[in-house]
Design a protein around this ligand. Structure first.
Ligand SMILES: O=C(CO)[C@@H](O)[C@H](O)CF
Length: 536
């Protein structure tokens, strides 16, 4: 990188599943520096695949905490070698993969507060963790703990109303319960438990950073209405847990000034503020500058849908988190596992592996697909729990096949009708100023976005969010500089690049899909009943 002119800036970090990434954003909200360390490529000694270790049981998934620490060392040394002027950094914040947990061994806080600037972080933190392999969001080994937790609080819906989600295997409370039950000695030697986000913040702080409300909502432990730990949930997971977690804080909190280690080794200004780190999805909501009434659709391997909600409407599917940029509001998140996986499979099977052929099918078929409907789940879907391919004629008769172009439209219309139906189940309602922000690989296909606009009846915008969690973290750092002034996040980021209009609803679309959505919902219930029996 060329020598950087001195530019007052904020840094945004992302400790994600596969890499640690950083962006530097100047006062005009332009990204002028970015760098990353990929665990599988740059830290071969840890032997991860996709940044994780999948254990032999096929359910346990962990990542080495010292790999994350060493990745930070590498990025900081690369920035230093490139001549990055750390003295211009006014504040920093960051994100971490949600739900993962880090276990600091008794005595680690003394090490954190007295780091020598002559050594790298990972050289000094080797003995600071009770377990070196941390459970991450891909883990699904805690089903027993999930059932125990739900039983303690009165069932799945009760837990969802309390914490924003029913019990999920990846959620941190259940992971802590498993550690306590299976490795009580490690648990007893643990003086602090962090999320990946608050662990990363602790490195910059040189002391334990509190967990923020938004990422804390992904633990099945935080009461999302009054933002305090649920004593019932804590007690169901492990003893003395509250003292190991510390008190949660609003996501916009300045949690302290940067540790002297970074001042002396890298030249950060002593007054550089650390703003609470949060989860990657809440940080992405900030990076996309999602506003009330908007909906973000990330069309990736799995499709993720974010919503801004004024009031929580917890259900048995999806998740409600405290909003990362407005402490009075909430955000909803829905995961659809059969995202690009299905789009690419159908493209390969029916469109000669060509997106242009795929698009031609969408262009040559009408909105509503003459009443033909399809459900395409080659892996067990999360939202809802269905597997297999199911096709229905306009008369709701199940059929075994569609013509190739009808099948392609049925796939895309079905994926987006599912999103609208389940988003409405979480409280989403189209408002006059509602817009959809589309991101992820499939958001580069305009014909797919046209179907999205038609099904929702709202315009679709695209925004480059390859770094949405990083950029959102830098934006939140700027917002932290205004802490105490009541300046809203939207005001702080108003200069950020605007999303681009990619597709507007076709006239008459709402009429077509109003009827189709009702049929889709009815047929989805029919499949659910057939595959798992009548509702209890
Ligand atoms: O589990 C998830 C959200 O609930 C994932 O999106 C992780 O945050 C990815 F890091």
């Amino acid at each position: 990188m060329a020598e950087h002119a001195a530019r007052r800036c904020c840094l945004g970090w992302d400790f994600s599943t596969q890499q640690v990434k950083v962006v530097a954003v100047d006062a005009e909200l332009n990204v002028f520096y970015e760098d990353s360390v990929l665990f599988d490529r740059d830290l071969l000694e840890f032997g991860t695949q996709g940044g994780v270790h999948v254990h032999e049981d096929g359910l346990t998934v962990t990542s080495p905490v010292l790999m994350w620490v060493q990745a930070l060392d590498i990025i900081l040394e690369k920035m230093k070698a490139s001549g990055f002027d750390f003295s211009q950094v006014l504040a920093l914040s960051g994100a971490g993969q949600q739900h993962g947990s880090v276990y600091w061994k008794a005595g680690a806080s003394q090490v954190l507060t007295s780091l020598s600037p002559d050594l790298l972080l990972h050289e000094q933190l080797q003995a600071c963790f009770s377990i070196r392999d941390c459970p991450v969001w891909m883990d699904s080994s805690t089903t027993a703990q999930c059932r125990q937790l739900e039983a303690t609080v009165g069932g799945a819906q009760a837990l969802s109303c309390l914490t924003g989600s029913r019990a999920y295997e990846r959620f941190t409370g259940n992971q802590i319960a498993k550690l306590y039950q299976q490795n009580p000695e490690a648990y007893s030697h643990t003086e602090r438990i962090s999320l990946v986000s608050s662990f990363a913040a602790s490195l910059f702080l040189g002391s334990y950073s509190p967990i923020d409300y938004s990422d804390g909502s992904g633990m099945n432990l935080l009461r999302i209405q009054d933002k305090v730990w649920s004593q019932a949930c804590l007690g169901a997971c492990a003893p003395h847990l509250e003292e190991k977690l510390g008190l949660p804080v609003p996501s916009c909190s300045v949690v302290g000034a940067i540790s002297s280690y970074f001042v002396q080794r890298y030249g950060f200004p002593p007054g550089c503020k650390v703003v609470a780190f949060t989860g990657d999805n809440p940080a992405s909501l900030a990076g996309m500058r999602l506003e009330e009434g908007d909906i973000a659709v990330s069309l990736g391997t799995s499709d993720t849908l974010f919503l801004w909600l004024q009031e929580p409407t917890p259900t048995l599917e999806g998740h409600i988190f405290c909003n990362p940029v407005d402490p009075q509001h909430y955000m909803a998140l829905l995961c659809f596992k059969n995202g690009s996986l299905m789009r690419e499979k159908i493209r390969d099977e029916l469109a000669s592996s060509s997106w242009s052929e795929f698009s031609k099918a969408l262009q040559s078929t009408e909105m509503g697909n003459s009443g033909n409907l399809g459900f395409y789940f080659d892996v067990m879907e999360i939202t809802p729990e269905i597997i297999g391919r199911h096709r229905f004629s306009a008369e709701n008769h199940e059929v075994s096949a569609f013509p190739w172009d009808v099948e392609i439209r049925a796939l895309i219309e079905g994926q987006f009708m599912a999103k609208k139906i389940h988003a409405e189940g979480l409280g989403y309602r189209v408002m006059p100023k509602t817009k959809i922000l589309a991101t992820g690989g499939a958001s580069h296909n305009r014909d797919i976005l046209q179907v999205l606009a038609d099904v929702f009846g709202t315009p679709v915008y695209v925004i480059d969010t390859a770094n949405s969690a990083c950029v959102g973290s830098a934006y939140r750092a700027f917002h932290g500089l205004a802490a105490g002034t009541d300046v809203p996040f939207s005001e702080v980021v108003k200069l950020a690049p605007n999303p681009r209009l990619a597709a507007a609803p076709t006239p008459g679309a709402s009429q077509v899909y109003e009827a189709l959505l009702q049929r889709y919902a009815m047929l989805e219930q029919r499949i659910l009943t057939q595959t798992r029996g009548p509702p209890e």
